[in-house]
Structures are given as structure tokens and as C-alpha cells.
Design a protein around this ligand. Sequence first.
Ligand code: KG4
Ligand code: ZN
Length: 341
Amino acid sequence: MKVLGIETSCDETGIAVYDSDAGLLADGLYSQVDIHAKYGGVIPELASRDHIRKTLPLVKQVLAQAGIDQSELDAIAYTSGPGLVGALLVGASIGRALAMGLGIPAIGVHHMEGHLLAPMLEPDPPSFPFVALLVSGGHTQLVRVDGIGKYEMLGESLDDAAGEAFDKVGKMLGLPYPGGPHVAKLALQGESGRFEFPRPMTNRPGLDFSFSGLKTFVRNTIANHTADNGLEEQTAADIAKAFEEAVVGTMAIKCRRAMEHTGLETLIIAGGVSANVQLREVLESTMAKINGRLYYAQFKFCTDNGAMIAYTGCQRLLAGESVDLGIHVQPRWSLETLSAI
Ligand code: KG4
Ligand code: ZN
């Protein structure tokens, strides 16, 4: 089965073709970062308008890359939520219209389920059951995964998502949007140990997260070290380092706790923040200590992409999930409400 995936939930237009026999045939991404960077965050209306401009040309490009004609597609999968409603509607409408024109089914896919299954696209994929740490710009969740659609929420952020915290700290340090990758790059120049930031909610039981206190701690540290001529470059790098260490350290403690709690030995990390090299390294060693194993997607499939949507839609259609002719979007949508396959 060949499935075209369309991702338009936020500020990236991602398109891909996944074949259940041959694997991923092609993928393409258009990032709107340059459009939103000057505002320091995503402007929903501009995002929707740009998805309208980019989706169809990118579909054509990816089909050509895959070496197939649109008539060879068996289904279309589009992101139906969670995300920005206008942006979601663009992908959903185009996906549904294309499917109707081609006489094939169109399936709406949960964006976070897409992230969660992205490591399945790798040559050595994890097998169920496992614990998933989902860390994106909008979500920080620890989930027990017993199969596709079999999700039990173990813990989540009570305030900011991990990616959001990275982005806000990036802004405080005067780095471009989105801050996450820039904070990580600056942290490489930072000296460990100059600043010690708190690891929120680790000294009490439970698997929930909170990053707003850490954010305030960063803001105060920056204020205390900002002189008339601004913040010294090395100090900014040391703060980035301490912040990254605090986030990663907190996640390592919670992940270890989740492995103990579930008795499982496989951990996957997914979503934009799983591209963070420090997080990968620390969790690799955490899992090695308990004779477990860590899995993650290649860098380009950690952040938003069409491949994870094509893959997820394909799995659900192969399992016989029924679809109707509606255009479905759900800006807020809990992972736990999905049906098991
Ligand atoms: O999954 P994603 O592309 O979009 C959402 O579904 O939200 O995640 C984007 C988030 C942004 O907050 C971005 O700053 C963060 O992932 N991110 C990173 C890194 N790369 C992306 N955060 C920390 N380190 C990175 N290397
Ligand atoms: Zn995402």
C-alpha cells in the first residue's frame, strides 16, 4: 500500500510517500522558519497561508522524487490534530480533495502518534511494548505504549512543554526562533558547573514535569549577570549549558522512574527535542545502566515531517480502520482517546 502523508499542523509543510512493502519512497519539507522568525514565534494566519502556497507543489515534487504517478497512490494520510486549526484545515482539505479526485481513502492522523511512531521508520525499529518520551514544542509526555493506539499516559508537563521552554530561553538569550537548536548549539561552548539550575519535580514521586520554575530561574540568572554592555558571550553559553543540563537531567530521572514503574526495558524518544544530542547521550547511558535500550528517529524525522504521518496512516488503514468522506480537524486531541489497532 502506497500512502501520501501530508503534515501541516504548525510551521512546516511536510510531504512523504510511504510504501508498506518498500518502506519510505520519498519525503520533502518546507520550513516556514524565515517567515515567523521576525515575530519571534509562529503567526497562525501566516502559517495557514503559506501551507496553501506550498502543499501542492511539494506533493508534486515528492511524487516525482518517489518516481510514481499520483494514480499509483492507495491512500492519503493528513494530520488532523493537535495543532493550529487553520494550518490543519489546509492539509485536511487538500488531502481530502486529492483523495476524492483519485477515488481513494483519506485518513486523519494524530500528530503525536505520528511522532511516537517515527522511530519505526529506522532500519532497526523498536518493538512493543515500550515507554515513549514525547518531547515537542507543544507536548512533554511519558507514555506506556503496548501497540498502536494502546497508550497509557504516565506523566506530562503541568505547564510549558520542553520545546517551549527551550524556545523561551532562546528568546531570553537573544537567539533566533525557534530557540531549541540554537540553545543546544550555544551550550556546546558552555562550561559545566558554573551555574546549577534546579531539576523541577524530581524530589517528589510521580512522572509529571514542570518547566516554568526553571524558566524563571534562567530569567533571574540572566538579569543578575547582565551589565550595561549586555550579557557576556561566555556567560550566555554557560547559562545555556546549565539549562540544557537541567532539562536533560530531569528527563533522565523521570525516564528511569518510568522504566522502573512499568518494568519495561525499551525507551523511545520522539518529537523535536529528541533531536537534542545531549538528551540522546544521557538517555543512552541511563538505559545502558539498567540493561535497557534507547531508540529514536533520524534527525529529520524528530521534528515535524510527512513521513511519520504517511507511516501512521498506512498502519491504521492496513489494520482496517474505516474512514468517511469528512474533513476532520481537532486542534486539541488527547492521545489516550485513540482507538487501538
Ligand atoms: O516536534 P516539533 O517539530 O513540533 C511540534 O510538534 O511542536 O518540535 C519543535 C520543538 C521546538 O520547540 C524546537 O525548539 C525543539 O523542538 N527542538 C529542539 C532541538 N531541535 C528542535 N530542542 C532542543 N534541542 C534541539 N536540538
Ligand atoms: Zn510535532
